[in-house]
Design a protein around this ligand. Structure first.
Ligand code: ATP
Ligand code: MG
Length: 716
């Protein structure tokens, strides 16, 4: 009789099967999106456990997110049952690093109950050090130092092993000294930061032969998903651990390397064969996820990149529908169209859980959130906070609330020392005392306490200035449009500057969110109406397990798949991002293109790409061009459509605000991310004529229908 095939081998194609069954020696599974790399890795894990080649505790398996780790554990559990119990070393690099560090903390001068600091704590600590070292923290902000230290840790460099030139990046060469002092201080606090979870473990493995050998023996098998996005310290770590047994299997796709801004090095995957001579390279070519049109569209875009390893992809799925490319008039119309399309999917019996909206920049979620609230469409934001819950948005809203409502103590407390103005906890405690004793709001107490000698001179000056600012902003609120008030307030309070000085990876995104907030305000008549809207949005918490549309950034969508995917904002300056266009030349542009590839390949059956002809920035309309990636989509795989009804919304909006719809349209002046975008995508200027021209250039990118809009405008 034919021996029964174990469940974990069922349905695999020959290449996947080879990957699952090649257990000895290094293996590199190099394949495009949706070819079942993660699936094969999971089966391989099941195979090892099922055949008892290793105990669960003898396998090191690294996934990119905690969610992916949970899923892998679940799937292996389904395949082999209890054998999966206790896979202590299945998780993200950080989770595994934390576990190892707890075991050997003393080897780097910590105790095993060390604290892991969050970014706020980390900054406070850096700030103290910078002051103690007599460095001007206006010129050399703590956030900048924090960003540098992170990047050094990602590169695997301890303070005494900084590469030449690194130290120069901070305070005229004092980077190294401060980095060293910071590490000492952490030790004294029995604490570490996120980067240490990897760097300390690397140090331990490097300087303690016994420990290294113990782990080299323990881990019979090592497996890593999304290998193309490992950074230097992770790479060094894996190489040490795998050197002895060499049973390491890594899985990745050079075309999906999208984290170089966090120190990831696609080179790691390219040099795997060199690091592990004799590695078996397995290529998977059958895609099980997406229809031919979706694959064709994605392949056409990524083909424009140079220096690729190159891969063939094919699928047996039915052709399905073409990728829809939809030109809309503006952001609100984009959100409206997507909302309508989702409702159509719903009527067709599709679950909201199978639908995702992917954006390039996190500020783009706002327009969709507002729209979905309005039409009662349940949604979830993954890999980030919902727009109005983000730290910078809450801070900015607190400023507005204080202006709107002097008794809003919570808001006052949130901003009284944000950005830092030298008001310590003590001063704030005194404010509270006075407010309580007299039964008055904090903002009134703040004015009164200035007449007493309760506060030290420094705190009193700081508070005096702040109270004066608030009074001035309240006056301004009577005259200025509220969006303009918000912008000035964020500038004058130093809040914008605080994030501008921030060199951490997410600061640019936060600034964009602030710009987006101001943009959102323009849609409301009064400040009060806007704040009312926000509190309603915040309150909108649907049941946790209801079906919901997912809204997320492309970065967060890596490795995931959905039946229907909407790809929003494919416009020059938004995607590719203005930053990529300004800074990086070819390398950053190619990373943006890889992002486009990741985005399209998340879709199983249906992909819709949207681009708007106009985005509204600080009350002014700016024309945008469709992304070059739209132009790179092979014609035979797409179906283009342009809506015109949206034109109305522009006229309506402008009519209600200004007699002349174009009175307010000016060339961009670099005032914010949006302005720079407008300027370098051609910076269309005042007259309607110029805007008509911009439509024409859009037509040359293959956007039929655009000239109709132009005609419509001339008629108007
Ligand atoms: P990505 O590069 O996006 O991470 P991937 O290569 O890891 O993609 P998977 O997520 O593992 O791809 O698989 C994509 C889809 O194909 C999943 O729905 C998976 O269940 C399915 N799949 C994988 N292998 C097979 C197979 N042999 N037969 C049928 N379906 C498969
Ligand atoms: Mg995968």
């Amino acid at each position: 009789s034919v021996p029964q095939e174990p469940p974990y081998l069922t349905g695999l194609n020959p290449q996947q099967r080879e990957a699952v069954e090649t257990l000895d020696g290094p293996v590199l599974m190099l394949a495009g999106a949706g070819t079942g790399k993660t699936a094969a890795l999971t089966r391989r894990l099941a195979h090892i456990l099922y055949t008892r080649r290793a105990w669960p505790s003898e396998i090191l398996a690294v996934t990119f997110t905690n969610k992916a780790a949970r899923e892998m554990k679940e799937r292996v559990g389904r395949l082999v049952g209890d054998a999966v119990e206790g896979m202590p070393w299945l998780g993200t690099f950080h989770a595994i690093g934390a576990k190892m560090l707890r075991r050997h903390a003393e080897l780097v001068g910590l105790q095993s109950n060390f604290t892991i600091l969050d970014t706020d704590d980390q900054l406070r600590l850096l700030k103290q050090l910078i002051q103690a070292y007599g460095i001007d923290d206006k010129r050399w902000p703590a956030r900048q130092l924090g960003g540098l230290i992170d990047s050094w840790k990602n590169k695997g460099m301890t303070p005494d092993a900084l590469d030449a030139g690194e130290s120069e990046q901070y305070a005229n060469g004092r980077g190294q000294e401060l980095y060293g002092a910071y590490q000492e201080r952490l030790k004294a606090l029995n604490a570490c930061d996120f980067g240490d979870l990897l760097l300390h473990v690397l140090t331990i493995l490097r300087s303690n032969r016994e420990v290294l050998e113990q782990y080299q023996q323990r881990f019979r098998y090592i497996m890593v998903d999304e290998y193309q996005d490992t950074n230097a310290v992770q790479y060094l770590w894996l190489r040490l651990l795998a050197q002895e047994r060499r049973n390491i299997c890594v899985v990745g796709d050079d075309d999906q390397s999208i984290y170089s801004w966090r120190g990831a090095q696609v080179a790691n995957i390219l040099k795997f064969e060199k690091d592990f001579p004799g590695a078996k390279v397995i290529r998977l070519e059958q895609n099980y996820r997406s229809t031919p049109h979706i694959l064709g569209a994605a392949s056409g875009v990524i083909a424009q990149n140079s220096g690729r390893l190159g891969k063939t992809l094919w699928t047996e799925l039915d052709a399905g529908e073409k990728v829809r490319v939809m030109g809309v008039w503006d952001g609100p119309e984009e959100a409206r169209r997507v909302g309508e399309a989702i409702e159509t999917c719903e009527r067709g019996g599709k679950s909201l859980n199978d639908i995702a909206i992917l954006v390039r920049a996190s500020h783009q979620t706002r327009e969709f959130e507002d729209r979905f609230i309005a039409i009662g469409m349940p949604y979830r934001i993954i890999g980030g906070f919902r727009f109005y819950e983000r730290q910078e948005i809450r801070d900015a809203l607190a400023y507005l609330r204080v202006i709107n409502q002097p008794a809003d103590d919570l808001a006052f407390e949130r901003i009284v020392n944000t950005p830092k103005r030298g008001l310590g906890d003590k001063a704030v405690a005194k404010l509270h005392q006075l407010a309580r004793a007299e039964g008055i709001p904090l903002s009134i107490a703040a004015a009164r306490i200035l007449d007493t000698d309760e506060l030290q001179a420094r705190a009193r000056n700081a508070l005096g200035a702040f109270v004066g600012d608030i009074a001035r902003w309240r006056d301004m609120a009577r005259e200025l449009p509220h969006a303009e008030l918000a912008r000035q307030m964020l500038d004058e309070s130093g809040y914008t500057a605080m994030w501008q000085a921030d060199r951490s990876a997410d600061s640019a995104g936060r600034l964009e969110n602030l710009t987006e907030l101001v943009r959102a305000m323009e849609e409301y008549e009064t400040l009060g109406a806007f704040l009312e809207h926000v509190s309603l949005v915040m309150d909108n918490d649907a049941q946790a397990d209801d079906a919901k549309v997912t809204i997320m950034t492309i970065h967060a969508a890596k490795g995931l798949e959905f039946d229907t995917v909407f790809l929003a904002g494919w416009e020059e300056g938004l995607f590719p991002s203005q930053r990529a266009l300004d800074e990086g030349g070819i390398a950053s542009l190619e990373e943006e293109r890889r992002l486009a590839y990741v985005a399209i390949t998340r879709a199983r059956r249906q992909a819709v790409i949207l681009h708007a002809a106009n985005r509204r920035i600080y009350g002014q309309w700016t024309s945008s061009l469709p992304s070059r990636f739209v132009g790179e989509l092979p014609r035979e795989h797409i179906e283009e459509e342009t809506t015109m009804s949206g034109g109305e919304s522009l006229w309506r909006a402008n009519w209600s605000e200004h007699a002349d719809p174009f009175a307010n349209v000016k060339r961009g002046s670099g005032r914010g991310p949006g302005w720079q975008r407008a300027a370098s995508t051609g910076g269309f200027s005042t007259e309607p004529k110029r805007i008509v021209e911009s439509r024409k250039s859009a037509v040359s990118l293959g956007n039929k229908g655009r000239d109709d809009i132009a005609v419509g405008m001339r008629v108007f």
